[in-house]
Design a protein. Structure first.
Length: 258
C-alpha cells in the first residue's frame, strides 16, 4: 500500500540528497577518487557511533559535532595523503574505510543494540524523516550548493574535501552509507556518457527516477526502502546505457576533451 504521508517526506529527503550529491559525485568521478565518499561516510558514522557510546542524545548537537569533526579529520587526512602519496590515494582511501569500519565494530561489540545501530548507518531510515527535520538539512545543502557553484574553482583540494565531508556527514544520518555512495556515483556514471552540457540534467534525471521508483516499489512490496532505492538507481543507470546514443551521447572527441 502506498502511504503518501510517509513517502512524500522520504521523497523530499531523497531530492535534497541528490541536489548536492549529483554535482559532487561528478567531481569525485572526474578526480578518480570514487571510494572517497564511502571512506568519509564511514568515518562520519564512526563519529556518530562514538558519540552514542558516550551516551549523547542521537539528534543532539554533540552527535552532530562528533560526526562532522570525524569526517573533517578524515577529509584533511586524505588531503594530506593526496599531496604526499597521490599515486596510492585510492588504496589509502580503502584503508581508511576498512579501518574506520573495524573500529566502529569494536565500539559496538558490547552494545546490545549494536546490530540495529549498524544497520541504520548502512541503509538509513529514510522513511522516518519528517518535513520539519528536513529544514536544517535544506539550509545546509543550499549553502553547500551556493559555495560549490559560485566558488568551486577556488576551493582547491582542502576546500573540496571539507565541503564534501560536511555534506556527506549529514547525508549519512539521513539516508545511510549505501545510499550516499549510490547517490553520488550512479548518476555520475550515467551522466558521463553524455555531452558535458547535459550531464547535470542527466544525473538528476537518473537520481529522481531511481528514488521515485524505489520508494514506490518498497511500499508496494514491503521491502527495505534504502536497499530497494540502491537497486532502482542501478536499474536507472542501466537504462541510460542502452538508450540510442546517436542523438544524446557526446562524440568521442568531445568526451576526451570534456
Amino acid at each position: 500500500m502506498i502511504e503518501l504521508s510517509i513517502l512524500f517526506p522520504a521523497f523530499l529527503a531523497g531530492m535534497l540528497v541528490l541536489a548536492t550529491h549529483v554535482p559532487l559525485g561528478q567531481q569525485v568521478l572526474a578526480r578518480g577518487i570514487v571510494f572517497i565518499d564511502l571512506a568519509i561516510a564511514q568515518v562520519a558514522g564512526l563519529g556518530v557511533t562514538a558519540a552514542d557510546a558516550f551516551g549523547f542524545e542521537p539528534q543532539g548537537w554533540r552527535v552532530q559535532a562528533a560526526a562532522v569533526s570525524a569526517a573533517l579529520l578524515g577529509a584533511f587526512l586524505l588531503t594530506w595523503t593526496e599531496k604526499k602519496w597521490a599515486e596510492a590515494q585510492e588504496a589509502l582511501i580503502g584503508v581508511l574505510f576498512v579501518l574506520s569500519a573495524s573500529v566502529e565494530l569494536l565500539v559496538l561489540a558490547n552494545n546490545p543494540r549494536g546490530g540495529e545501530h549498524l544497520k541504520d548507518l548502512l541503509v538509513g531510515q529514510i522513511l522516518w524523516v519528517t518535513p520539519s527535520s528536513l529544514v536544517p538539512v535544506a539550509l545546509l545543502y543550499a549553502a553547500a550548493l551556493a559555495i560549490w557553484f559560485l566558488y568551486r574553482q577556488r576551493l582547491g583540494h582542502v576546500g573540496f574535501y571539507a565541503l564534501f565531508a560536511i555534506v556527506v556527514t549529514q547525508s549519512v544520518q539521513l539516508v545511510g552509507i549505501y545510499l550516499v555512495f549510490t547517490s553520488l556515483i550512479v548518476p555520475a556514471l550515467a551522466a558521463r556518457l553524455y555531452p558535458e552540457r547535459m550531464r547535470l540534467a542527466v544525473g538528476y534525471a537518473v537520481g529522481i527516477a531511481g528514488y521515485v521508483s524505489g520508494l514506490i516499489a518498497s511500499s508496494v512490496f514491503d521491502l527495505p526502502t534504502g536497499a530497494v532505492i540502491v537497486v532502482t538507481l542501478a536499474l536507472a543507470f542501466a537504462v541510460t546505457t542502452i538508450l540510442p546514443r546517436g542523438n544524446v551521447v557526446a562524440p568521442r572527441h568531445a568526451e576526451t576533451t570534456a
